[in-house]
Design a protein around this ligand. Structure first.
Ligand code: FAD
Length: 407
């Protein structure tokens, strides 16, 4: 072994960084030689995070070893708590609080992002669908409504944040509340945003508006949440909405590890990277997924915090880190993803598939778009399972997939 490539994070960017690094190692150094590839994550699972709003969370977590073992990537179960870029080392804390130092020759930061909560007083348990744990906690809470008081608060869910994640979970909630409280229960779902609902959805806003109306979801744009009290949401204008279920979908911010390099980050806390996904000004460090802002096209569009971008960024960062390390800089691949699409689940009202950075073209809607969304969430973004080393390495080629077909 010559040197070590360390990947922080086993999500969409991290898993594919590690797989691509393994693939490049095989390509350039031959099986059984070349750098060691190590992936560090506190969880033993690769989480299909985009599915955390779904009612059925079966299969949302894929054991990391199922993918990493066949391709000889070493996994360390632990949380990176510090990065010393000058010394090229990391501090990794395991579940018992023991800290080990891990040296790297090349580092790929792929530690993702987290929900950002607004600074308002919170006086009851709140929920999110940002993570598998969040999705599970919400499911347990909704199930428990069945045995609690049958009042207006129990029948009401408030979703705060009218962006893509807020819309996806809001659309699921009428049926999920009825599943807990009975088909005839007077369920109420409100979607609140301090700006517009579905802002930035371009032509797609028409489709989203119809879907929300058909599901009976009350939209409250330009409303600011001042506090969450016991069984109620209070708005800045003093209105008090009784609600036992309060879900925050108020945006994502890059993992704080991105701040450890002394490099100016963007408004989402993401590191700037060059076209090979190397962190600007920091030798030997790459970043991919929600931790990085890369140029996606020649028109100045930056990558979006999305699995759409995280997966190819991971494959390209992993490949490039190994090329760089083994003296094959000419074989590095530049990142470019000019074709941007959005596929938004609208629950029982179907889905919406738009094309373009301004989401100006509706490619498909209703049941047709829903079939595409289902294929993405259940198949396309999964690593090959039980398929063996060659299939995993083939899937890790440093390419950007073409847009999903309409089913
Ligand atoms: C409900 C929901 C729906 C979404 N829908 C879509 C969609 O339809 N399309 C789309 O493209 N995107 C969607 N997204 C966004 C998408 O999920 C993220 O952009 C994507 O997960 C980013 O991938 P990532 O690998 O950068 O980060 P993540 O998937 O968040 O993975 C980060 C990994 O890093 C690990 N980690 C964190 N901290 C540390 C640490 N200190 N040390 C070691 N490891 C660490 C975590 O355990 C995790 O495994 C959705 C997100 C949500 C929440």
């Amino acid at each position: 072994m010559s040197g070590r490539v360390v990947v922080i994070g086993g999500g969409f960017a991290g898993l594919w960084s590690a797989a691509a690094a393994s693939r490049a190692r095989t390509q350039f150094a031959g099986a059984g030689s070349g750098p060691e590839v190590v992936l560090v994550d506190p969880e033993p699972f690769h989480t299909i995070r985009v599915r955390c709003y779904e009612a059925d969370l079966d299969g949302v977590r894929v054991p990391l070893d199922e993918v990493l073992r066949p391709i000889d990537v070493r996994r360390i179960e632990g949380r990176v708590t510090g990065i010393d870029a000058a010394a090229r080392s990391l501090a990794v804390e395991d579940g018992n609080g023991a800290v080990q130092t891990l040296d790297y020759a090349r580092l790929i930061l792929a530690a993702g992002s987290r929900l950002v909560l607004p600074a308002v007083p919170i006086g009851q348990e709140i929920f999110d669908v940002d993570s598998y744990r969040g999705g599970r906690r919400l499911a347990a809470h909704l199930a428990a409504l069945a045995t609690g008081p049958r009042d207006g608060a129990a029948a009401t869910a408030v979703v705060i944040g009218g962006g893509l994640v807020g819309i996806e979970i809001a659309c699921e909630l009428p049926d999920r509340l009825r599943a807990a409280l009975g088909a005839e229960a007077p369920v109420r779902v409100l979607l609140i945003d301090h700006g517009d609902i579905a802002a930035g959805m371009g032509e797609g806003r028409r489709v989203v508006g119809h879907a929300l109306a058909s599901l009976g979801i009350a939209c409250r744009p330009h409303a600011t949440v001042a506090a969450v009290e016991r069984a109620a949401v209070v708005l800045a204008d003093g209105e008090r909405i009784p609600a036992a279920t309060v879900i925050f979908a108020t945006g994502m911010r890059a993992n704080p590890l991105a701040q450890q390099f002394g490099v100016a980050c963007d408004r989402f806390g993401r590191l700037p990277v060059d076209r090979f996904l190397g962190v600007t000004g920091i030798a030997s460090v790459y970043a991919a997924g929600d931790c990085a802002s890369a140029q996606a096209d020649e028109c100045g569009h930056a990558t979006v915090m999305s699995c759409q971008h995280a997966r190819p960024m991971g494959r390209i960062a992993g490949h490039n880190a190994v090329c760089d390390l083994v003296g094959r800089a000419d074989d590095r691949v530049p990142f470019a993803a000019p074709d941007y699409v959005t596929i938004l689940d609208l629950g029982p009202a179907g889905a919406l598939y738009t094309s373009g950075w301004d989401r100006s073209v509706v490619v498909a809607e209703g049941a047709e778009a829903k079939a595409t969304k289902r294929t993405i969430n259940r198949e396309r973004i999964y690593p090959p399972r039980h398929a063996g080393r060659d299939a995993i390495l083939a899937a890790a080629a440093p390419v950007v997939q073409v847009r999903p077909a309409v089913r």
